[in-house]
Design a binder for this molecule. Structure first.
Ligand code: MSP
Length: 641
C-alpha cells in the first residue's frame, strides 16, 4: 500500500467561494478518490487561510473581529465542499492553535540556524493599499495598483535568506521534470530563476501596521507574513490532522511519515509563492520537497474576466443546484485541459450535459438495461468470450488508467478515453443489433449483453473520481452494491460476477436550451393562432391519406443526429422509416410496438437515409413525443380509417 497526500490551496476567508475555488478542490478530490480506488492510503487536505491584511480589512468592514469573521466565512467553504461531494480527510484553519505552534516552531528553528535575519528595509509604501513597492514598480512615482502617491518608509523587518537557495532550486526543478507542471509553467519558473537574482524574503510585518497574524517567536513586535504562515499548513496538518484510522491502516506509518505531499494543486497566480518561497523554505528546514506542484489555469466567464464589479462571478452552489453536482464536476474537467485557461458558459455546460452525459452515457445505460431486462429478465452471467469490442475495451481501459495520465493530471485525456469506451459500446450495439440476435441467436446475444455490461461496469469505475454519485447510481443499476467498497482494484475485464440488473432513474435528463424552448413555444403559439382559421377538409381529402397499422421490428439511432431514429416497420410489407423521435424514445422503447403509419407518403431522404412513410405521434407541452399505438391487438397492415 502506498500513501498518497494531496492538497488544495487554503482559501482566504475574505471572499465567498467561486468557481476558481471549486475547480482546485474538485481536482484534488478526483485524485484522492482515484487513489482510494487503488487502495492507496490517502490524505486529502483542504482548508482556509485566515490571517493577514485582506482578512483583517474584510472583518473591519463588517464590524467583526478577524476571528469572528473567519468563523462565519469558513462555513461557506465547508458547506460548499459537502455539496460538491468533496471527500477531504481534514480541514485546516491557520487559526488552529496546533498550526500556530508549528509555524512558530519552524520560525524559531530557522532563526537559530541563521536562516532568518533582521534588516533595515527601505521602500515605497502605499498607505491605503498597505503594501510596499520597489522603485521600478512605481508608475510616475505613484502606486502601480491604485495610482495614489506613495511614501518612502524605512523600517526594520525579518528576512528569510532565500537568495542562497537559487542555484539549488534551479537544479531541483531541472532534475525533477514533474516537480512543476504543466511544462509551460515549469519553463516560466526556470526562466525567471535563471534570468533574475533571487532576493531574500521579508517574512515579518511590524505589529503597529498589521496585528492579525502569528507573532514571531523571537520578537513580539512583529507578526509573520501571511504567506509564510499559510504555506506551512501543508506540513503542519501532517502533525495533527491525520485521521487516526488512516494511520492505523498502514503498519508502522507514523504521522511524521506523511510529509512530503505528492501533489500541491494550485492556480497559476500562486505558483511563485509555492515553487519559489515554499520550496526554498523547505530546503532551509532540511525537509523533503513535495512530489509535484501543479498550477492550473484560470476560468473566464462568457469570455470576460470574472469580477465582482462586472457581476459575472460564477457561484458553484447555484451551478450544482441548477445542473447537478456531477454534471458541473464533469464539465470543468472535460471542457478544458487541466493547466490551460478556459471559458465558462452555461450554454457550453448544457451542450456537454446533452451530448456526453444524457446522450452518450445515459442512453447507453438505459438502452442496455431495457435490453437486458427484456431478453434475459435482467440476469447477467459471466461469459468469457473475446471479440473485437472486448479487445478495444481492454486497451481503452489501460489508457484510462495510464500512470502517466494520472501522475501528470491529464484529466481531459482520461475523460476522452472513457468516452471512447462509451462510444465503442454504442457502436457495438448498432453493429450487433441485439434485437435481431434475440430472434436468431440467443447464445450470441448473451455474450453481447455480457460484454456491454462489463464495459459499463468499467465505465462506472472510471467515472467515479469525476462523478461519484453517477458512478454509484450506475453501479446499482448494473446489479452491484457499493462501488466505493467493491471496485477497489476491480478494473480488469473479467470479474467473477453473476448479477441481476435493474433499470433505475435516468442518469442525466436532457436540458432544453433557452433558444430551443423559445422556438418550440413560438411554434405552439403559431399553431394556436392558425387553428381558428384553418380550412375544413372533405372526407375525400382525408381518404387520400392511407394510414396503416405497423409493427416496429428494428430500430437504431441515426449516426450524428440527435433527433432521428431509423426504423424497420412491418405494415404487411417491411418499410424503412426515418422518424424524428430520438429525443423521446430509445430504439429499444419502440421495438415490438404497434404504431400507426402514413403508408402512401412520397419517399424522402433524411440525413441521406431514405424514409418510406411516416409514423404518427402527438407532442406534449414540454415538446416530448408520444407515438400513437393501438388500444386492442390488431394485425400489422390493417387499415386505419
Ligand atoms: N490563500 C491563498 C492560498 C494559500 S495556499 C498556501 C489564496 N487564496 S485564494 O482564495 O485567493 O485563491 C485560491 C485559489 O483560487 C487559487 O488557486 C487561485 O488560482 C484560484 N482561483 C481564483 N480565481 C480563479 C479563476 N477565475 N479561475 C480558476 N481559479 C482561480 O490564493
Amino acid at each position: 500500500m502506498i500513501r498518497f497526500y494531496v492538497t488544495t490551496p487554503i482559501y482566504y476567508v475574505n471572499d465567498i467561494p467561486h468557481i476558481g475555488h471549486a475547480y482546485t478542490t474538485i481536482a484534488a478530490d478526483i485524485l484522492a478518490r482515484y487513489n482510494r480506488l487503488k487502495d492507496n492510503e490517502v490524505f486529502f487536505l483542504t482548508g482556509t487561510d485566515e490571517h493577514g491584511q485582506k482578512v483583517e480589512k474584510a472583518a473591519k468592514e463588517r464590524g467583526k473581529t478577524p476571528k469572528e469573521h473567519a468563523d462565519i466565512m469558513v462555513e461557506n467553504f465547508k458547506n460548499l465542499w459537502k455539496k460538491l461531494n468533496i471527500s477531504n480527510d481534514a480541514f485546516i484553519r491557520t487559526t488552529d492553535i496546533e498550526h500556530i505552534k508549528t509555524v512558530q516552531g519552524l520560525l524559531q528553528m530557522l532563526f537559530e540556524r541563521g536562516e532568518i535575519e533582521k534588516r533595515s528595509y527601505a521602500g515605497w509604501y502605499c498607505v491605503p493599499d498597505e503594501r510596499f513597492w520597489t522603485e521600478k514598480d512605481l508608475i510616475e512615482g505613484n502606486c502601480p495598483d491604485c495610482g495614489r502617491p506613495v511614501e518612502q518608509i524605512q523600517e526594520e523587518n525579518y528576512f528569510f535568506l532565500m537568495s542562497k537557495y537559487q542555484g539549488r532550486l534551479i537544479r531541483h526543478i531541472e532534475e525533477n521534470p514533474a516537480y512543476i507542471l504543466p511544462e509551460t509553467r515549469k519553463n516560466e519558473v526556470l526562466g525567471f530563476l535563471k534570468n533574475n537574482t533571487l532576493g531574500d524574503l521579508c517574512i515579518s510585518r511590524p505589529k503597529q501596521r498589521l496585528s492579525w497574524g502569528i507573532p514571531l517567536p523571537f520578537d513580539d513586535n512583529f507578526v509573520t507574513y501571511v504567506w509564510f504562515d499559510a504555506l506551512v499548513n501543508y506540513f503542519s496538518a501532517t502533525r495533527y490532522l491525520i485521521p487516526k484510522n488512516l494511520k492505523s491502516q498502514i503498519s508502522n506509518l507514523k504521522s511524521t511519515d506523511w510529509w512530503p505531499a505528492n501533489h500541491h494543486i494550485i492556480g497559476k497566480d500562486i505558483l511563485t509563492t509555492h515553487a519559489v518561497y515554499w520550496s526554498t523554505m523547505l530546503m532551509a528546514l532540511n525537509f523533503p520537497l513535495p512530489g509535484n506542484i501543479f498550477a492550473h489555469g484560470w476560468w473566464t466567464v462568457d469570455g470576460k474576466k470574472m469580477s465582482k464589479s462586472i457581476g459575472n462571478v460564477v457561484d458553484p452552489n447555484a451551478m450544482a443546484d441548477k445542473y447537478g453536482v456531477d454534471a458541473f464536476r464533469y464539465f470543468l474537467f472535460r471542457e478544458v485541459p487541466f493547466g490551460l485557461d478556459g471559458d465558462f458558459s452555461e450554454d457550453a455546460l448544457i451542450r456537454r450535459i446533452n451530448t456526453d452525459l444524457a446522450n452518450d452515457l445515459g442512453n447507453l445505460l438505459s438502452r442496455f438495461l431495457t435490453m437486458a431486462e427484456k431478453y434475459f429478465d435482467g440476469r447477467i452471467n459471466l461469459i468469457a468470450s473475446t471479440d473485437e469490442f472486448v479487445e478495444k475495451c481492454v486497451k481503452t481501459n489501460e489508457n484510462i488508467h495510464k500512470e502517466e495520465y494520472w501522475s501528470r493530471l491529464s484529466f481531459n485525456l482520461i475523460l476522452e478515453s472513457i468516452w471512447q469506451m462509451i462510444g465503442d459500446a454504442n457502436n457495438y450495439i448498432a453493429q450487433k443489433e441485439p434485437w435481431k440476435l434475440a430472434k436468431s441467436n440467443l447464445e450470441e446475444l448473451k455474450i453481447v449483453i455480457y460484454n456491454i455490461w462489463n464495459s459499463l461496469r468499467l465505465t462506472a469505475i472510471s467515472i467515479y473520481p469525476f462523478m461519484p454519485n453517477t458512478a454509484e447510481k450506475m453501479w446499482k443499476q448494473l446489479g452491484l452494491k457499493s462501488l466505493k467498497e467493491e471496485a477497489i482494484f476491480q478494473w480488469e475485464w473479467k470479474p467473477d460476477y453473476e448479477v441481476k440488473v435493474s433499470k433505475g432513474e435516468q442518469l442525466f435528463p436532457r436540458i432544453e436550451k433557452k433558444e430551443e424552448k423559445q422556438k418550440s413555444e413560438q411554434k405552439k403559439e403559431k399553431t394556436k393562432m392558425t387553428e381558428g382559421v384553418k380550412e375544413l377538409i372533405a372526407i375525400d381529402d382525408f381518404a387520400k391519406v392511407e394510414l396503416k397499422v405497423g409493427k416496429v421490428v428494428a430500430a437504431e439511432k441515426v449516426e450524428k443526429s440527435e433527433k432521428l431514429l431509423k426504423l424497420k416497420v412491418d405494415i404487411g410489407e417491411e418499410r424503412q422509416i426515418v422518424a424524428g423521435i430520438a429525443k423521446s424514445y430509445t430504439p429499444d422503447d419502440l421495438i415490438g410496438k404497434k404504431i400507426v403509419v402514413v403508408a402512401n407518403l412520397k419517399p424522402a431522404k433524411l440525413m441521406g437515409i431514405e424514409s418510406h412513410g411516416m409514423l404518427l405521434a402527438a407532442t406534449d407541452e414540454e415538446g416530448r413525443l408520444s407515438v400513437l399505438t393501438l388500444d386492442r391487438e390488431v394485425k400489422q397492415g390493417a387499415r386505419v380509417k
